[in-house]
Design a protein around this ligand. Structure first.
Ligand code: SAM
Length: 245
C-alpha cells in the first residue's frame, strides 16, 4: 500500500458513497454539542481542517461564524464549494495538505472532525497540524479533535463487511497491523473493480493528551460521542478532545 493512500481514496467519487451515513445530521449533532460546551460568540473565526464535502463548514457558516476551510482533495473541495453556494453560505475554501498549512489569519476554533488524523508515517507528521493549530489560534481559542477510540476499534473490529449502494457493491476488509487499522475498500461497479486503502494509526487518549499538553494546550473537555456523553475507554466509539490555548 502506498504511504500517500489518502490522495487516491479521498479524490475518488466513491469515498462519499462509502461514508454516506456520515451526513449533515451526524455533523449537526456534533456541532450542537461542541458549541454548547465551548460557547464562542457569533462572528468568531472558525477553521474547518480537512473539511471534506463541507458538511461542517456550511453548518458553522450558517450559525454566523466566519468560516475558512481546507482539504487536500480537489474533488471534495469542489463538492464542498458547490454545497456552500447552494446553501448560500459564505465559506472561504482553499487546498492544502494538513502538514503544510500556511495561514496568516487566526481563529477562535479549529475543528479536525471525523478521523482526519493519524494518516501519516510517523508521530511528527501526524501531530504537525495539531502543533500548527496552536499557532493559528487566538488567545483562549479552541482546538477540537474528533478521533476514533482505539480501544473500541481493537475490540470491535469487523474483519469483513459488505453493502450495496446505488447498485455498487462495496466490500470492506479490516485488519490491525503495528497499531494501525488498515482497511481495504473494494468497489464493484458492474464488472469493474477498484481497490482503495485507508490507514489510521491507533493513537490512544493518553498519548494524544500528552502531545497536546507538550504543545501547550490546556485540555478543557473530553467526551465519547457526538451527544457529549462521557468518554468510556472500553465502550465509547469516539474520542473527542477539546484543547484551549
Ligand atoms: C474522513 S474524512 C473527514 C472529512 C470531514 N472532516 C468530515 O467530517 O466530513 C478525511 C478528510 O481528510 C482529508 N485529507 C486526507 N489527507 C489529507 C492531507 N494530507 N491534507 C489535508 N486533508 C487531507 C480528506 O480529503 C478528507 O476530506
Amino acid at each position: 500500500m502506498k504511504s500517500d493512500w489518502f490522495k487516491e481514496w479521498f479524490e475518488s467519487a466513491d469515498y462519499l458513497k462509502v461514508y454516506k451515513h456520515r451526513d449533515i445530521s451526524d455533523a449537526g449533532k456534533f456541532t450542537k454539542t461542541l458549541l454548547r460546551k465551548i460557547r464562542i460568540p457569533e462572528n468568531s473565526a472558525v477553521l474547518d481542517a480537512a473539511c471534506g464535502n463541507g458538511r461542517y463548514s456550511v453548518l458553522l457558516a450558517r450559525k454566523g461564524f466566519k468560516v475558512v476551510a481546507f482539504d487536500l482533495s480537489r474533488n471534495l473541495l469542489n463538492v464542498a464549494s458547490k454545497y456552500a453556494r447552494k446553501k448560500k453560505s459564505n465559506v472561504f475554501f482553499f487546498r492544502s495538505d494538513l502538514r503544510q498549512v500556511c495561514l496568516k489569519k487566526k481563529f477562535d476554533l479549529i475543528l479536525l472532525a471525523f478521523t482526519s488524523f493519524g494518516y501519516f508515517e510517523n508521530d511528527e507528521e501526524n501531530f504537525k497540524f495539531i502543533k500548527t493549530s496552536y499557532g493559528l489560534l487566538n488567545e483562549k481559542g479552541y482546538f477540537a479533535l474528533d478521533f476514533l477510540n482505539e480501544n473500541y476499534v481493537r475490540k470491535n473490529l469487523v474483519p469483513y463487511s459488505e453493502k450495496t449502494i446505488d447498485d455498487i457493491l462495496i466490500q470492506e476488509k479490516r485488519e490491525i497491523h503495528n497499531d494501525t487499522v488498515v482497511k481495504e475498500i473494494i468497489i464493484n461497479k458492474g464488472g469493474n473493480k477498484k481497490v482503495y486503502y485507508e490507514k489510521v494509526k491507533l493513537y490512544g487518549k493518553d498519548f494524544i493528551l500528552k502531545q497536546m499538553k507538550l504543545i501547550g494546550y490546556k485540555i478543557v473537555d473530553i467526551f465519547g460521542d457526538y451527544e457529549g456523553g462521557e468518554f468510556e475507554p472500553g465502550s465509547s466509539e469516539r474520542l473527542i478532545i477539546v484543547g484551549r490555548k
